[in-house]
Design a protein. Structure first.
Length: 466
C-alpha cells in the first residue's frame, strides 16, 4: 500500500484541528522569521560581537607604540623670602614673594623599536582570529536555530503518534472488553489491553511535556515566545551530499573551517608576541623634539638674566635595557610556551575537524538511506498490523501480537519523521565544518516550510485537566 505522511498525521492531529476550529486563523512563523529574530537577539552572538569589538581595540593600541607621542608639562612656583633684621627695599620685595612659571612640550617618535613592531603584528593576527571566532558563532547560530525549530516539529510528531496510539489502544481495549463480556476472550486479553493502554498514556504525558517545553529554546534564542510555527513539507528532497566525495569535503574543511582559521591566526599572534618579548633585550632609538619656556619672576635677578627664555632641543635617545630583575627572560619563556600551546591547539582543531567532517559525511549519506528505509518500514508495519488484526479475529494471533504490531507502526511513523530532521541537521553541521554554512542554506530549507499545516503550542494536557 502507498504511504504519505498525511495518512497518519490527519488522524493524529485531532486536538490541533479542534483547537483551530475554535479560534481565528493565526499567522505561522517560519524558520527564517525565527532566525532573523535570533540574529538580532541571541545573547551568545551578542556577547561574541561585543568581544570582537573589544578585541579590535588591541590593534590601535599596539599601533600607538609606533606613532609619535606628544607630552606637555607646565608648572608654577611661588617663592617668599624673609630676612630677619633687613629692612631694605630688596628684602621687602623678596618678602612679598614672586612666581616662576615654565612649560614644556616634547614630541617623541620611535625610530627603532622591534618589540613594538612585533607587538603590532601580534595584535593584527589576534584581531583576525577574533573575527573568525565571531563568524563561527554566527554560523553556530544557524545550526542552533535549526536544531531548536526542528526539535519542536520532532516533539510534535512524537505527540501526534502517541495521541494516535492512545486512541487506537483505547478502541482496542473497548473492543476486547466487549468480547470478554460476551465470553469470546479470556480476562488475560483485557489485562494485556489495559496494560498497553496505561503504558501509552505514560508516553503521551511525556510527549506532551516535551512538546510544551521545546518552545522555550526558541525563546532563549530570540527573546520572544512562539505559538504557531510552519511545518516541514513532504516535498523536501532527501539527497546525498554534493559532491559525493568524502576527501573533497575534508579538503574543503581544512581550507575554510573557521575554527582552524582562528587557531592559525592565534598561532601567528603568539609567534609575533614571542618575538616582541625577545626584543625586550634589544636597544630602542627615539627621536625627540623638546620646546620649553621659562619665566623668571625673581626681581633681583631679572637685571642679570632674561625675564623669559625659550629653548628648542633636538635629540636622539638610545635606551639599552641591561637588567630588569629577570622579568624579560621570564616573559620570553612565557611567550615560547604560549606558542607551543597555540600550536597544539591548532593541531587538535585540525584533527577534530577532520574527524567531524568524515563522521558527518557518513551520517548524511546514512540518513539518506535511512529515510527511504523508514518510509518502507511504515508500509511494512501497516501491512503487518492488518495481517495481525485479521489473525486475531480468526484466532491465530493473540491480543499481545496486535498491540505490539500497533506499537511498531507508531514507532516507525515517528522514526521516519525523526530521520528527516536528523538529516537536515547533519547536513547543516557538515557545511558548518567546511566553513561554508550561510544564511542561504537556511533559506533553502525554509522554502520547504508549509504554513497551511502549522504546529501550535498547545496548553499542557495535564494543565488542561486540572
Amino acid at each position: 500500500m502507498s504511504y504519505s505522511r498525511s495518512s497518519f498525521v490527519r488522524p493524529l492531529q485531532t486536538v490541533t484541528i479542534l483547537a483551530a476550529m475554535l479560534c481565528a486563523p493565526t499567522y505561522a512563523d517560519d524558520l527564517m522569521t525565527v532566525f532573523v529574530a535570533a540574529k538580532d537577539n541571541d545573547a551568545s552572538v551578542g556577547a561574541a560581537r561585543a568581544s570582537y569589538l573589544a578585541d579590535k581595540e588591541r590593534l590601535p593600541q599596539a599601533r600607538s607604540a609606533l606613532l609619535p607621542s606628544l607630552v606637555a608639562r607646565a608648572n608654577t612656583t611661588k617663592t617668599e623670602v624673609t630676612i630677619p633684621g633687613d629692612n631694605s627695599a630688596s628684602a621687602a620685595i623678596l618678602e612679598n614673594g614672586y612666581n616662576d612659571n615654565s612649560w614644556s612640550a616634547q614630541l617623541r617618535q620611535p625610530v627603532v623599536n622591534l618589540s613594538s613592531w612585533f607587538g603590532y603584528n601580534s595584535a593584527k593576527a589576534f584581531v583576525k582570529a577574533s573575527s573568525f571566532s565571531l563568524a563561527a558563532q554566527e554560523q553556530d547560530l544557524i545550526v542552533r536555530v535549526a536544531e531548536a525549530y526542528l526539535n519542536i516539529l520532532r516533539t510534535r510528531d512524537r505527540l501526534d503518534t502517541t495521541n494516535a496510539e492512545v486512541t487506537a489502544v483505547r478502541r482496542q481495549l473497548e473492543q476486547v472488553q466487549q468480547r470478554f463480556d460476551v465470553g469470546l476472550v479470556a480476562i488475560t486479553d483485557v489485562l494485556e489491553s489495559q496494560a498497553a493502554f496505561d503504558a501509552a498514556l505514560v508516553r503521551q504525558i511525556q510527549a506532551d511535556t516535551d512538546h510544551y517545553i521545546s518552545f522555550e529554546t526558541l525563546r532563549t534564542l530570540t527573546g520572544r515566545g512562539y505559538d504557531t510555527l510552519a511545518t516541514l513539507s513532504e516535498q523536501l528532497p532527501i539527497v546525498a551530499p554534493d559532491p559525493m566525495d568524502e576527501e573533497a569535503w575534508v579538503e574543503a574543511a581544512m581550507r575554510s573551517n573557521l575554527g582552524i582559521r582562528a587557531a592559525m591566526e592565534q598561532l601567528s599572534s603568539a609567534r609575533s608576541d614571542a618575538k616582541s618579548r625577545l626584543s625586550g633585550h634589544l636597544p630602542t632609538v627615539d627621536a625627540t623634539v623638546t620646546r620649553s619656556n621659562n619665566h623668571n619672576g625673581n626681581p633681583l635677578t631679572q637685571q642679570f638674566s632674561p625675564q623669559e627664555t625659550e629653548t628648542n632641543i633636538y635629540g636622539l635617545e638610545v635606551t639599552l635595557p641591561l637588567f630588569q630583575g629577570g622579568r624579560t627572560t621570564s616573559r620570553v619563556r612565557e611567550g615560547n610556551a604560549r606558542v607551543e600551546q597555540a600550536r597544539e591547539q591548532l593541531l587538535n582543531q585540525r584533527r577534530t575537524v577532520v574527524r567531524n567532517t568524515r563522521n558527518l559525511y557518513q551520517s548524511v549519506s546514512t540518513d539518506v538511506a535511512r529515510v527511504k528505509a523508514r518510509l518502507k518500514a511504515i508500509r511494512s508495519s501497516q501491512s503487518a498490523l492488518e495481517a495481525t488484526q485479521t489473525g486475531y479475529e480468526v484466532g491465530t494471533r493473540n491480543i499481545v501480537d496486535v498491540l505490539q504490531a500497533q506499537t511498531r507502526l507508531y514507532d516507525s511513523q515517528f522514526a521516519y519523521a525523526d530521520s528527516r530532521y536528523t538529516y537536515l541537521l547533519n547536513l547543516l553541521r557538515l557545511k558548518q565544518q567546511t566553513g561554508l554554512l550561510a544564511q542561504p542554506d537556511l533559506q533553502e530549507i525554509n522554502s520547504f516550510m508549509d504554513s497551511n499545516a502549522p504546529v501550535e503550542r498547545l496548553v499542557s494536557l495535564r494543565s488542561s485537566k486540572r
